[in-house]
Design a binder for this molecule. Structure first.
Ligand SMILES: [Zn+2]
Length: 387
């Protein structure tokens, strides 16, 4: 099967990793006290640029996905409801309830249709670039990074967990429709990827591997849950450390990924499993996230890395700028240059921890490593998915 030509402009692969985003994230907020009332993508772009890692030739500003493209996964009635909600900033009660809008962390806000449509556009653009590129012509691998993407909770007909459209699902469907026979999906977010797992339940073309905090919302993703053979779930305990993620990558992600031999790998690099994040009790340093992204990216000739959760503006910007550096083989300086520090000093966070941030949130990219024992719970989770 071949896909329809993209409805958006799609760039040629620049011969090195491509960064796809948009300026809508610079001015859009979920509002009020919502965890997503912080800059994330714009701060990542500014920080990467200040480090000299993002010249014009490797940055692409995406157009939004079209309604028809979004309807490849989402219910047209839901898409229409979201457009109406953006226009009216309200919905009739029955419609709001049916689509889970204006409640449970999915607020009405001014760009509530355009923003997720742009994230979907970014991921679809990334998928189109990967489909149009020949990895053999680029040293064996083509890589696209789209930190606006990663909204892994959204469902076919409703918003869920701050996610309105499921851009990972849309991107993966695009890759499959475009001829990719096997897709590996690696999810490093603190929360289980319930929306992605539901979309590809029982699909033999897809293997989804997720690490996430046990007993945390959405309370899916038990070690025994395999989504009809398509998923391997590793719920991990509070205090999850760098050595434990390294063990999962070495013993599960890499060997299962090699056996699966995917045509493309999609990596969700949510930053909410980091110790500095307020929404989980996991305690990774960003270096562990970068190592996991690097290992996952080596598993296929086509690589799509998206963002995800992450609710401390400094730790998200530093983590995701570092993901981009990792994909480009760059090593962060031990002390950030002044221009990069200025970007970080310009961020605001309306939480107690944001009033007096520690100095290293401004002066470094890499966190101090957080190694530790690989605890029995993690060893058992590894054994369970390999059984
Ligand atoms: Zn999350």
């Amino acid at each position: 099967m071949t896909v329809e030509p993209a409805a958006r402009p799609v760039p040629a692969y620049p011969g090195r990793p491509l960064f796809v985003a948009n300026d809508i994230y610079r001015h859009s907020s979920y509002g009020g006290a919502h965890p997503l009332a912080i800059p994330r993508v714009s701060a990542t772009v500014d920080l990467a640029r200040a480090l000299g890692w993002l010249d014009g030739g490797c940055y692409w500003s995406t157009a939004p996905a079209t309604r028809a493209e979004i309807a490849r996964f989402h219910d047209p009635a839901y898409i229409a409801a979201l457009e109406r909600a953006e226009r009216d900033q309200a919905l009739p009660e029955d419609m709001a309830a049916r689509h889970n809008l204006g409640r449970f962390g999915n607020p009405f806000f001014p760009e509530m249709f355009r923003r997720p449509a742009t994230s979907a556009g970014a991921v679809l653009t990334a998928a189109d670039v990967l489909l149009a590129s020949d990895p053999a012509a680029h040293g064996g691998r083509v890589v696209v990074y789209s930190p606006p993407g990663g909204t892994h909770h959204a469902r076919h007909d409703r918003a869920n967990g701050f996610c309105y459209f499921n851009d990972p699902v849309l991107g993966m469907l695009r890759l499959l429709d475009g001829g990719m026979a096997r897709l590996l999906y690696i999810d490093l977010d603190a929360h289980h990827c319930d929306g992605v797992e539901a979309a590809f339940h029982g699909d033999p073309r897809v293997l989804m591997i997720s690490t996430h905090e046990e007993r945390r919302w959405p309370f899916t993703g038990a070690g025994t849950e395999r989504a009809g053979g398509s998923a391997r779930n590793l719920p991990v305990p509070r205090g999850f450390n760098d050595s434990e993620l390294d063990a999962i990558v070495d013993e599960v992600v890499v060997p299962l990924g090699r056996v699966f031999a995917p045509d493309a790998v999609v990596v969700q690099s949510g930053a909410d499993a980091l110790a500095d994040d307020p929404l989980s009790r996991l305690e990774l340093s960003n270096g562990a996230l970068w190592r996991a992204v690097a290992a996952a990216s080596a598993l296929a000739p086509r690589v799509l890395v998206v963002g995800g959760g992450g609710y401390n503006p400094w730790s998200v910007a530093r983590a995701w700028a570092g993901v981009w550096g990792t994909l480009n083989g760059r090593h962060p300086p031990s002390r950030l240059p002044e221009e990069a520090e200025t970007v970080l000093r310009g961020l605001m966070w309306q939480r107690a921890a944001g009033r007096n941030p520690p100095a290293h949130w401004f002066t470094t990219l890499a966190d101090a490593p957080r190694p530790g024992p690989v605890r029995d719970e993690v060893k058992l989770a590894i054994e369970a998915v390999l059984a």
